[in-house]
Design a protein around this ligand. Structure first.
Ligand code: FES
Length: 703
């Protein structure tokens, strides 16, 4: 095995190194610049500066890293300790099984895009433009999403059609696109590069159509559709140019069938089709929060209380000519009883609707009530314009909307004057918060934090944002206006094109595996895994290598030691502890995302901790096993420190909370063994908290 050491430009030098004939010692002046070759999967020990840097330099190596610069030289610790660290790393490397290379073949060069709003259309345009076969899956009978229902986009007031129709016309004529309307994904199998997707196509009812519209004139059912009234059989001005029946409303009276010169089938059956795609993009956008839940505003009780989309459509088609309107911002958002978060675009939607009214009916009296107007960037100019046009802004969130003498009355406290206002109006518009399509996230196993997806979890698959190779495009990932949605969908398009042009993705990053000889299928690992990467297949535990992020939480939770993490097996850690621990030492097992970095910060900020601290970089505090701690204490360590990320900052969701739970059990075990509880400390340590680390170590040394 090679022991590769870096002088770090004259900073590090250790004379008389000898670890036996099997260890070939190589010194380099500056590993960052020397361009040395390490074979793919070759087991080596690399000693120099920060492992984070070295990992980037040698991504394919199966390497143990020793941070001599920060942990020895800049700490002024003796070179004997350096030799001990090197010895322990060598023994750890010798003990561990070879890390297995994971290869994910990109078997299918096609993509499935869910959602045909502006993000889905723009994404499909980009993908098909790059020659990628794209399946566009839309749950509604027509393409276009919410934007196609609007009158205009802000702040330039361009009609929706300027943005959406050109996209639709480019997409539908491309030979590489296959469009499924009235469709949803019902099953998904496979992994990145090779997804088998089952799609359910709901009946449209209209089989052949010449757009004569006779069916509409005889249909007896009217439907309220986002501020418009339509019939149960209806069309849209997007695509496809063929009517559809809304079977949620249709009573199957058959009047349309009688007058249709073409073909309507009220008993059309749903169909199932299967497609194969290398990747999936979720572009399902946002939904309005259900305003009937915000009971105090009377949505659903008072006809003239409406959301922004309903208002926009009614004003745009002339069915509503308001004389006095009150806009209520943050309806159902920034409220722990509803949506705790700011939906970011609702302030502008209120401003946009106010401008729509002023443009058509300049005499309309307009009030906008907002806790604070969140007009970031250029939108501030739009906000200024509306103030100049005479819109009255009230700082405050209305407490209630009531009806008095046939009029609506909005009760609000003006926070500037502390006055309780009662503003009467003929129309109240609720600018509500937004929620993403969680149903689709659940179907695809997309992890969320709150309502929105957690992404940028890059790691083992390089620049693929999502571990499964599933992408989130546009406002599905965060509340966004059209411009931001387009920017985001183009970013996803770039990543997808980049992915699908490869033959395979390879990774040497450590992941978990199961030793079936020890596994009793107790399923503890399944509930411990934060990524839903563990499942049962043929009555055995299976860990999906495309989903596993290498946190090691399953391994530390496994009662039978059957689940293991590559490079962090019990044998390897045990070898490290055995070869390093001396009486009176403090063994510090530090999360590589936070606490470990504090020790590097110490080196650069002149913070010095004593030499009896031996540091091991671990993937997550949740990966530390009780056995390791007990072994270190048995070897005479005066204490074991587990350093993790702060609550809610764990890179792997809840690994640090698992560590906290385990700490309690361990302390009880130590009690039973007659050892003092004070030997163990679990601490949250941020990457810049060198002083905190030093303080903890000093306290442990004095305990
Ligand atoms: Fe730091 Fe989990 S990643 S404690």
């Amino acid at each position: 095995m090679r022991l590769i050491l870096c002088h770090c430009n004259g900073l590090i030098s250790i004379p008389d190194l000898d670890f036996g004939p099997d260890i070939k010692i190589e010194w380099y002046d500056d590993l960052c610049k020397e361009g040395i070759k390490i074979g793919e999967g070759e087991k080596v020990v690399i000693a120099g500066c920060s492992p984070s840097l070295m990992e980037g330099l040698f991504p394919d190596a199966d390497a143990e890293f020793v941070n001599l610069k920060d942990h020895i030289v800049l700490m002024n610790h003796p070179l004997e300790k350096a030799k001990e660290l090197l010895r322990a790393a060598i023994e750890k490397a010798k003990t561990g099984p070879e890390i297995k290379k994971k290869t994910f073949a990109i078997k299918s060069r096609s993509a499935a895009v869910i959602g045909s709003g502006v993000a889905g259309l723009d994404l499909t345009k980009a993908l098909t433009g790059a020659g990628i076969k794209t399946y566009l899956i839309e749950k509604e009978p027509f393409l276009g999403g919410t934007v196609a229902k609007l009158d205009r986009l802000y702040p330039e007031a361009t009609p929706w059609s300027h943005t959406v129709l050109p996209l639709i016309s480019i997409v539908v004529k491309n030979k590489d696109v296959e469009i499924f309307t009235s469709s949803e994904i019902t099953d998904i199998k496979g992994e990145i590069g090779n997804y088998n997707i089952q799609i359910k196509i709901k009946p449209r009812g209209v089989i052949e159509c010449n757009n004569c519209g006779t069916c509409v004139s005889v249909c007896p059912i009217t439907v309220q559709d986002n501020g418009r009234v339509r019939k149960a059989i209806y069309t849209s001005n997007t695509y496809p140019n063929i009517y559809a029946i809304d079977f949620n409303a249709c009573n199957k009276c058959g009047e349309c069938v009688k007058v249709c010169p073409k073909k309507i089938d009220l008993n059309e059956k749903e169909r199932i089709v299967n497609i194969n795609a290398g990747t999936i993009a979720v572009a399902t956008g946002l939904k309005f929060y259900d305003l009937t839940k915000v009971e105090e505003y009377g949505y659903g009780r008072y006809p003239n209380v409406m959301n922004v989309l309903e208002f926009e459509r009614k004003v745009a088609d002339g069915s509503l000519v308001p004389k006095k309107v009150v806009f209520v911002c943050c309806a159902g958002s920034r409220d722990k009883n509803h949506l705790p978060y700011c939906s970011r675009i609702c302030c502008f939607l209120a401003l946009k609707e106010a401008k729509l009214v002023i443009d058509r009916y300049p005499d309309t009296r307009i009030f906008v009530c907002a806790i604070d107007m969140r007009s970031y960037g250029n939108f501030e100019y739009f906000y200024d314009t509306l103030r100049e046009l005479g819109v009255t802004f009230v700082k405050g969130k209305p407490s209630e909307v009531v009806r008095k003498n046939g009029n609506l009355v909005v009760k609000v406290e003006d926070l500037y004057t502390n006055e309780l206002l009662e503003i009467d109006a003929d129309t109240v518009v609720l600018s509500s918060g937004f929620v993403p399509d969680k149903e689709t996230f659940d179907k695809l196993g997309i992890k969320t934090y709150g309502d929105f997806p957690v992404y940028f979890e890059s790691g083992k698959l390089g620049n693929i944002e999502m571990p499964r190779g599933i992408f989130i495009a546009g406002s599905s990932s965060f509340p966004a206006g059209v411009a931001e949605t387009l920017v985001d969908s183009r970013k996803s398009a770039f990543s997808i094109i980049n992915l699908l042009q490869k033959d395979s993705i390879e990774s040497n990053q450590p992941i978990a595996y199961v030793n079936e000889d020890y596994c009793s299928v107790c399923k503890t690992c399944i509930s411990a895994c934060p990524y839903n990467a563990i499942m049962i297949e043929n009555e055995k535990i299976k860990i999906r290598s495309d989903l596993c992020m290498g946190c090691g939480i399953c391994a530390s939770a496994c009662p039978a030691a059957a689940s293991r993490l590559e490079k962090f097996t019990a044998k390897e850690i045990s070898a490290w502890i055995r070869n390093l621990t001396k009486s009176g030492d403090i063994i510090a097992l530090l999360c590589k995302w936070s606490a470990y970095n504090a020790t590097e910060t110490a080196a650069y900020t002149n913070v010095h901790y004593p030499e009896n601290v031996k540091i091991l970089r671990v993937p997550c505090s949740g990966a530390v096993e009780p056995n390791h701690i007990i072994q270190a204490l048995n070897l005479g360590a005066r204490g074991v420190l587990i350093g993790g990320c702060y609550p809610n900052a764990c890179h792997y969701a809840k690994g640090n909370f698992r560590a906290r739970a385990r700490e309690q059990i361990l302390k009880e075990t130590l009690d039973l063994l007659g050892l003092s509880k004070k030997y163990i400390r679990l601490e949250w340590i941020g990457k810049d908290e060198a002083k905190k680390f030093e303080k903890i170590i000093n306290e442990m040394n004095q305990a």
